[in-house]
Ligand binder design. Structure first.
Ligand code: NAD
Length: 443
């Protein structure tokens, strides 16, 4: 099947490569000329485990192509995916300017019927807006061409995007149009063989499903962080509590880790956007507001532990940071807790010595050269003469450090663990001042 994907980011590129890997003929269109030029040379702009060989093979097979030529892209695909960003607007709502720009482009160049598939995360009612945009442009061209706008939200996780796209838990399709349903069934048939993964529903329900999923996950995190804050005050250990509740199959073990708050390009903006949607229909989303505000406070905790430990005198201190990405197995630093911490440390006059297995280039790109940021080649180098270590991301390589080396490298034996990777009793025994999240002993 001929498919066009607009937007070659984390979602568009992975989805396009996976569709090409099963034999679809995919053209990717992006407005970022450098990104397209690099991809044509085989340079992949993001780190995503397993992605490189799939892109290389599908390009070699001639099934995955990249272009900035939107007209050629529109001509190519019977199915046109919109996978562009939907960043938060100033008021928290999802900014639809990129989505609507693609709709306009499709309508400007289409010369045959198209199925326009919205993969970007968009508020309820966006498919209607996309339809109006396309219809208006077609009318201005006096072109009578059929089209349908389908909602097909994406549920992939960064760091596991390839396996999530190859073996999706579910494929949600929002449309009432029987012909579109048949096309989407055919498109996804290779991913739907073992058991039925496709869930058909109306467009608005599909749009809301994506927000509901992300808000549920964010709620689990904020819930655990709230219990962790209580545990700290009550002398309980959130890690024991986590195991105690996770063993209940109605609750389960997934997504119940306390930590220094959720980040990334999705949870913060999607919770914010659903709050805004609720406000727009005169509903006060008390739970979602609490989820946001708990997360905000949680992200301040790392700095607050350091500031208290060093008696509000962080000026001139060197702080080692392990982990910059918002979670392991990605180089994505959007809304990462590490950013909040670094910016607060700089404000207080401290210097950051940071190491991350994959996000160093991204950190350099975001912050450029500055005297108070030292990007180190290894996790050991980051510790040299540092006054404290903060763990911001639970990369596997940070889970079992050589504690003797850690202690001898640091000027002060202070560890702030934003991911609860170490045992408080062991840290105490080895002579560290150890601060974690919701672990009775550590505060
Ligand atoms: P991204 O920022 O990584 O990529 C977006 C791409 O769209 C960029 O390359 C940009 O240059 C391109 N673009 C912008 N305007 C364009 C235009 N007019 N024509 C062609 N290309 C254009 O974004 P992302 O992380 O892939 O997210 C895309 C959407 O998917 C968002 O709505 C996001 O909420 C949603 N989503 C993201 C994830 C995730 O984990 N990143 C997961 C599920 C859903």
């Amino acid at each position: 099947m001929k498919v066009t994907v607009f937007g070659i980011g984390y979602v568009g590129l992975v989805q396009a490569a996976i569709l090409a890997s099963v034999g679809h003929d995919v053209v990717c269109v992006d407005v970022d000329e450098e990104k397209v030029a690099n991809l044509k040379k085989g340079i992949i702009p993001i780190y995503e485990p397993g992605l490189t060989p799939i892109v290389e093979q599908t390009c070699k097979d001639g099934l995955l192509n990249f272009t900035t030529d939107a007209q050629a892209g529109v001509e190519h695909g019977e199915v046109q995916f919109i996978a562009v960003g939907t960043p938060p607007d100033e008021d928290g709502s999802a900014d639809l300017k990129y989505v609507l720009a693609v709709a306009k482009t499709i309508a400007t160049y289409m010369t045959s019927p198209k199925i326009v598939v919205d993969k970007s995360t968009v508020p309820v009612g966006t498919a209607d807006k996309v339809s109006v945009q396309i219809a208006d442009v077609l009318a201005s061209r006096s072109a009578e061409l059929e089209f349908d706008v389908v909602s097909n939200p994406e549920f992939l996780k960064e760091g596991a995007a390839v396996s999530d796209c190859s073996k999706p838990d579910r494929i949600v399709i929002g449309t009432d149009n029987e012909a579109s349903k048949a096309v989407m069934r055919e498109l996804y048939a290779p991913f739907n063989r073992n058991h039925e993964r496709m869930i058909f529903m109306d467009v608005r329900s599909a749009e809301l499903t994506k927000y509901a999923a992300n808000c549920m996950l964010a709620t689990k995190i904020s819930f655990m962080n709230e219990i962790a804050n209580l545990a700290e005050r009550l002398g309980a250990d959130i890690e024991s509590v986590r195991q105690g509740i996770g063993s209940d199959s109605r609750i389960g073990y997934q997504f119940i880790y306390a930590g220094c708050g959720y980040g990334g390009s999705c949870f913060p903006k999607d919770v914010q956007a659903l709050v805004k949607t609720a406000n727009d229909v005169d509903y006060k989303p008390s739970l979602l507001e609490a989820v946001e505000s708990i997360n905000y406070s949680q992200k301040q905790k790392l700095f607050s532990h350091l500031n208290t430990h060093f008696a509000q005198n962080l000026a001139g201190k060197r702080i080692a940071l392990w982990g910059l990405s918002f979670k392991p197995k990605t180089d994505d630093m959007r809304e990462a807790p590490a950013r909040e911490l670094m910016e607060a440390l700089w404000q207080a006059g401290a210097t950051v010595q940071a190491y991350d297995p994959k996000a160093m280039e991204e950190c350099q790109r975001i912050y450029g050269e500055r005297d108070d940021l030292i990007l180190c080649g290894t996790k050991e180098q980051a510790l040299k003469s540092a006054d404290a270590l903060v763990v911001c991301t639970e990369w596997p390589q940070f889970k079992a450090p050589d504690l003797a080396m850690l202690k001898s490298s640091l000027t002060h034996p202070v560890v702030v663990d934003g991911r609860n990777l170490y045992e408080p009793s062991m840290m105490k025994e080895k002579g560290f001042s150890y601060y974690a999240i919701g672990r009775g002993d550590s505060v």
